[in-house]
Design a protein around this ligand. Sequence first.
Ligand SMILES: Cc1ncc(COP(=O)(O)O)c(C=O)c1O
Length: 216
Amino acid sequence: MTQGLATRTIHAGETTDVHGSPSMPVYNTTTFRFASTAALLDVVEGRKPGSLYTRYGLNPTIQSLEAQLASIEEAESAWVFCSGMAAETSVFFAYGRKGIVCIGDAYGGTLELLDAQLPQLGIETHLILGRELDRLEPLLESGPRLVFLETPSNPALEIIDIAAVADIAHRHGALLVVDNTFASPVNQRPLELGADLVVHSATKYLGGHSDITAGC
Ligand SMILES: Cc1ncc(COP(=O)(O)O)c(C=O)c1O
């Protein structure tokens, strides 16, 4: 992670290519060269911003992509992952340890994670149907602090009212995370409707050409 490291904010659309490429090049490198140990330490110890190590996200390509994604979702910030499932798993581990309620239909891999794998790791999960919103309040009173939903869902295109669920979740101190893969930010921005977090399988419409696997 990047805590303690100085990170220069790269804005949406900004390129830092020294050769003047009009779009952000892919910096296909794991790490970056420093002129001296002192220059490396300035970045590692947070005195100066800089590119450092790609897994930390301190790579200009990643930072530019995150800025673009945050901009189109109108989010404070975004993190990219190597798949949609990696993004979802990270959200569930970070915010779902007190329990997760999933509302309605969702992508099969997500349902398997919620129904089979997370409970094996001791994370309590509850799956309710989209028409069973009346079950949400009693469930949240029993402890879960994360609500997840996917709208429109893959593959049944089930629609859930994001604002209504956000209202119930917030009244119980829970966060709402929405999988916005199918609508894409072009058609729906869950944060504007009250959601706290958005996840994407960027493998789908954000990528758009079936040539990358990614998540955010
Ligand atoms: C709605 C939705 N969420 C998440 C995923 C998982 O994404 P990935 O395949 O990028 O791990 C998919 C994959 O089909 C999906 O359709």
